[in-house]
Write a protein that binds this ligand. Structure first.
Ligand SMILES: *[C@@H]1O[C@H](CO)[C@@H](O)[C@H](O)[C@H]1NC(C)=O
Ligand SMILES: *[C@@H]1O[C@H](CO)[C@@H](O)[C@H](O)[C@H]1NC(C)=O
Ligand SMILES: *[C@@H]1O[C@H](CO)[C@@H](O)[C@H](O)[C@H]1NC(C)=O
Ligand SMILES: *[C@@H]1O[C@H](CO)[C@@H](O)[C@H](O)[C@H]1NC(C)=O
Ligand SMILES: *[C@@H]1O[C@H](CO)[C@@H](O)[C@H](O)[C@H]1NC(C)=O
Ligand SMILES: *[C@@H]1O[C@H](CO)[C@@H](O)[C@H](O)[C@H]1NC(C)=O
Ligand SMILES: *[C@@H]1O[C@H](CO)[C@@H](O)[C@H](O)[C@H]1NC(C)=O
Ligand SMILES: *[C@@H]1O[C@H](CO)[C@@H](O)[C@H](O)[C@H]1NC(C)=O
Ligand SMILES: *[C@@H]1O[C@H](CO)[C@@H](O)[C@H](O)[C@H]1NC(C)=O
Ligand SMILES: *[C@@H]1O[C@H](CO)[C@@H](O)[C@H](O)[C@H]1NC(C)=O
Length: 810
């Protein structure tokens, strides 16, 4: 029996005491305990001695159920950290009560006086057993000899408090874990759990249904868990691992007692460290794991598809519908999707003689745990699956794999090389579009659709004929590069009437193709390349396809005219969102997604496509946003198109200079690291929401990256953040981005990370060390302070020119 139950370390518990004792809160008549003979009814609560926590009945959200819980008394937003009867709610509190039973247990009786929950404490016959709520949020039961015989910290629900713990109690043999609420209105255990590694390794893990591990903290190395961000350098939290004769456990302590913080596994499977921000009166996340939400196993439930790129992260497979709409309102998807039409299962006598068919789903993360069969061909594999009623899908990658039962953990992938495959999902044939077995309505609809279709085709053909353009024909070759005539483009852009912008290489106009696809048409200027070479280059660019890269749709090359036709991005360019006062402020979450998108796009250009492409002109003006604010890199491949004159154009171009790596000026060879440098410079602008060069109050120009780099090194990250965000940002993410930015703008290209590494850092896969202060910036600042005396103030004002000058000297 666990006679001397204490948390692994009692160090932190008392920090809260210290903090709150100074607040001097008065509680008239409130008590902190329930003793034998007393009962807590629905209209009563107990409050810890210093007033930090309160215990009583509560109903979560709009639920009609009652639970016994503990919440912060000092925080206006009711935040429940522990629930007693999480799976056995009470529907009527009229005479429900919480009391100490005769055998010394804490019990909850419903209105029929039937116990619905009791503490699992050892029976104690003492008549002075008492349950006390402590100021760290721990509810303890003490027996007559003042020994703690039970505590809520040993039986957490979904929250680990500072001083609480997670792991194996060697004395009782119990495994302490936390399990998500089913949804924000129902504390019943959901599918996600945080526990110490079931295999006994010194790490903790996140699991789905106690079986599938989807995230690991990394092995305790004596100082930190490698995968928990911030644990190496945080001055606020310290994670520890303890293995002694009583416990094998993970816990954390707060080093700065002014922080109110908690670790929660939430209903969507994410482990979050929250902290309370006094100034804004709201909870903010310190870190979230796993970083990619789609890594949460079975996040979207059975037959749900996770899509990291979509604003709605979960959707149902074709032919399926959500099992619970209510759940979706809470952004919880565990109940997954159900078939709209049940499978025929080879029952050909029904529904016009059609059985089941397979829907091809390309580029999917295949579900776990397939049954592998030794069948020679995809055809055999399909037939085998069709013949077995419980087979729901098959794939033929290296061999035949089939899946029976629910398909889980599906994810829509985008990169061709991210390990996806084609999944064939079994559906009732009548669910297929254009199925012959459909009902009359569908038939009549398709007849109408057909007629309309024919009409459209006719109109289209006539139109195309009249215009004598090749647009229509070109559209037929979907996904191929369309070759336009100049006349086509004049027509498409209404004679170049709607200008979207003007860049270094020409102006961009909006246009509409005949099928009403919107496009952006770029008229290139200053090109000296021959037509043949231009076409060759354009063709190589057309092969480049990635969600974070603007797609080239077509081109025109006639005489001296060179035009490129791109997909149209309705969100406009990043600079218009960042720097214009009248635009809505991009929140931090969006910025982080944008940063990650740009990084992925550039990494693709550098590393993933057949021919490595250096963008050479990375800046906010060349990042476009689509309707959902997804970032796409634009204007890539200009160096190839422009040819030898490119660097001259670039270095003389206004507005680009602040993003240029020192190599451009020093004459060193240009590698993909120049893009890394520009990307780093751009990150500072994304963080601050300001151009890197700004006028300071006294009219002199200040160069923000230097200030920023200094602040990053001093650890004063939040002061860098765009004022308009009002501090609403994930510190961990801001820290990560600041550090990456600092590494990216190092003078020596060898010190800069590759874009692939940047992506990994931003995804939280790689750790990022504290960066050194970029040397040129350092020199620049010294130079400036010295040279200011010598030079006229005019010459001293633009540190940009100096930073370049300094670089040349290096
Ligand atoms: C609480 O409710 C009980 C009955 O449910 C009643 O007897 C008691 O007076 C109430 N106490 C307060 C403080 O309202
Ligand atoms: C709760 O129970 C009491 C007595 O058992 C009853 O009078 C009351 O109507 C019930 N309330 C609800 C909401 O069912
Ligand atoms: C009290 O709990 C028992 C056992 O769960 C149940 O049978 C009974 O209906 C409950 N009474 C009320 C009023 O909910
Ligand atoms: C507790 O029990 C002891 C005997 O078991 C008795 O003498 C004492 O009076 C009781 N105290 C109270 C407060 O009921
Ligand atoms: C309290 O619990 C401890 C440990 O279980 C036990 O040694 C002690 O006798 C208990 N005291 C009473 C009064 O039951
Ligand atoms: C019981 O123990 C607590 C701390 O463990 C102590 O503060 C308190 O004074 C003790 N009470 C009695 C009656 O011994
Ligand atoms: C969860 O795990 C249990 C036991 O391992 C298993 O019986 C059950 O089928 C699993 N649930 C699902 C939805 O797979
Ligand atoms: C096959 O379909 C027919 C008609 O819908 C139905 O009557 C029959 O029960 C089905 N047989 C099986 C095995 O499902
Ligand atoms: C089935 O095949 C997949 C990949 O082809 C492999 O990862 C998996 O381990 C195999 N499963 C079994 C049970 O052999
Ligand atoms: C269908 O496949 C499952 C799993 O491989 C197997 O257990 C079952 O016996 C098969 N049923 C038929 C009718 O072949």
């Amino acid at each position: 029996m666990d006679t001397e139950i204490r948390p692994c370390s009692s160090l932190s518990i008392f920090l809260l005491f210290l903090l709150f004792s100074s607040l001097n809160i008065q509680h008239c008549g409130a008590t902190d305990s329930v003793s034998l003979g007393q009962a807590l009814s629905a209209n009563q609560t107990i409050v810890s001695k210093e007033g930090n926590f309160e215990l009583g009945f509560f109903t979560p959200g709009n639920s009609r159920n009652y639970y016994i819980g503990i919440w912060y008394k000092t925080i206006p937003v009711q935040t429940v950290i522990w629930v007693a009867n999480r799976a056995t709610p009470i529907s009527n509190t009229s005479s429900a009560e919480l009391k100490i039973s005769k055998d010394g247990k804490l019990v909850l009786l419903n209105s029929s006086k039937i116990p619905v929950w009791s503490s699992s404490s050892t029976p104690s016959s003492s008549n002075s057993t008492v349950a006390v709520l402590l100021d760290n949020g721990n509810l303890i039961i003490r027996n007559g000899s003042n020994t703690t015989i039970w505590q809520s910290f040993d039986h957490p629900t979904d929250t680990v408090m500072p001083g609480g713990w997670l792991g194996l109690n060697k004395i009782t043999g119990e495994h302490q874990t936390i399990t998500s609420w089913e949804n924000p209105e129902n504390p019943a255990p959901g599918p996600f759990t945080e526990s110490m590694d079931p295999d006994g390794a010194n790490q903790f893990v996140l699991l789905w249904n106690d079986s599938e591990i989807y995230w690991r903290s990394g092995l305790w190395n004596g100082q930190y868990y490698p995968s928990i961000p911030g644990t190496t350098s945080s001055t606020i939290l310290k994670f520890t691992f303890i293995n002694n004769e009583r416990r094998n456990c993970a816990m954390y302590t707060i080093l700065d007692s002014s922080f109110i913080t908690r670790t929660v596994i939430d209903s969507s499977g994410l482990l979050r460290q929250w902290f309370w921000v006094q100034s804004t009166q709201e909870w903010q996340t310190f870190f979230t794991e796993p970083l990619a939400q789609c890594d949460v196993y079975s996040l979207c439930g059975a037959f749900g598809i996770c899509d990291q790129q979509s604003s709605k992260i979960c959707r149902c497979s074709y032919g399926f519908e959500p099992a619970s709409m209510k759940e979706r309102e809470f952004n919880v998807w565990s109940s997954g999707c159900v078939r709209k039409t049940s499978l025929r299962c080879g029952n050909k006598s029904s529904a016009g003689g059609e059985g089941d068919r397979f829907l091809e789903m390309t580029n999917m993360r295949l579900p776990a745990n397939p049954q592998n069969l030794t069948l020679g061909s995809a055809r055999d594999c399909e037939q085998f699956c069709l013949n077995n009623c419980s087979c729901n899908a098959y794939a033929y990658v290296t061999g035949c794999s089939i899946w029976t039962g629910d398909l889980r953990n599906l994810e829509q992938l985008y990169d061709a090389d991210s390990g996806g495959g084609t999944l064939y999902l079994r559906l009732a044939a009548s669910d297929f579009p254009g199925s012959t077995s459909s009902h009359k309505l569908v038939i009549s609809l398709s007849v109408i659709g057909g007629i309309l279709g024919i009409l459209c085709v006719l109109v289209g053909v006539i139109w195309a004929f009249q215009r004598r353009t090749r647009i229509w024909m070109a559209k037929q070759v979907e996904s191929n590069l369309i070759r336009f005539t100049y006349g086509d483009l004049q027509h498409v852009t209404k004679n170049f009437s709607e200008r979207l912008g003007t860049g270094g290489f020409g102006s961009v106009f909006k246009g509409t193709l005949i099928d009403s696809t919107e496009v952006a048409v770029k008229k290139l200027e200053g090109l000296r390349q021959g037509e043949k070479q231009f076409r060759t280059e354009v063709r190589t660019l057309a092969v480049i396809q990635h969600v974070n890269v603007v797609r080239l749709r077509g081109f025109c090359s006639k005489g001296s005219k060179r035009l490129l036709v791109y997909e149209y991005m309705s969100g406009g360019s990043l600079d218009s969102h960042l720097f214009r006062n009248n635009s809505t402020v991009l929140d931090w979450k969006m910025r982080y997604q944008i940063i990650l998108g740009i990084a992925r796009g550039l990494a693709y250009l550098h590393e993933k496509c057949r021919e490595c492409i250096i963008h050479c002109d990375v800046k906010p003006d060349n990042v476009l946003l689509d309707r959902d604010f997804r970032a796409k890199v634009a204007d890539f491949g200009m160096a190839k198109l422009i040819g030898r004159d490119f660097s001259t154009v670039l270095t003389t171009m206004r507005g680009t200079v602040g993003y240029l790596a020192p190599e451009w000026i020093s004459g060193l060879p240009i590698t993909s690291k120049v893009d890394v440098y520009s990307f780093g410079m751009m990150l500072f602008e994304l963080i601050s929401g300001k151009r890197n060069t700004a006028e300071s109050a006294d009219g002199s120009k200040i160069f923000y990256p230097y200030l920023a780099a200094t602040k990053v090194i001093e650890g004063d990250i939040f002061s860098l953040l765009d004022n308009r965000l009002n501090g609403a940002a994930d510190i961990e993410e801001v820290t990560r981005v600041c550090r990456v930015a600092c590494w990216c703008i190092q003078e020596s290209e060898a010190h800069r990370p590759t874009m692939g590494q940047v992506v990994q850092i931003l995804e939280g896969v790689l750790e990022v060390r504290m960066p050194p202060l970029p040397r040129a910036l350092q020199l620049l600042m010294q130079d400036q302070s010295q040279s200011c005396d010598r030079l006229s103030s005019n010459e001293c004002k633009d540190p940009l020119d100096q930073s370049l000058a300094v670089s040349v000297k290096l």
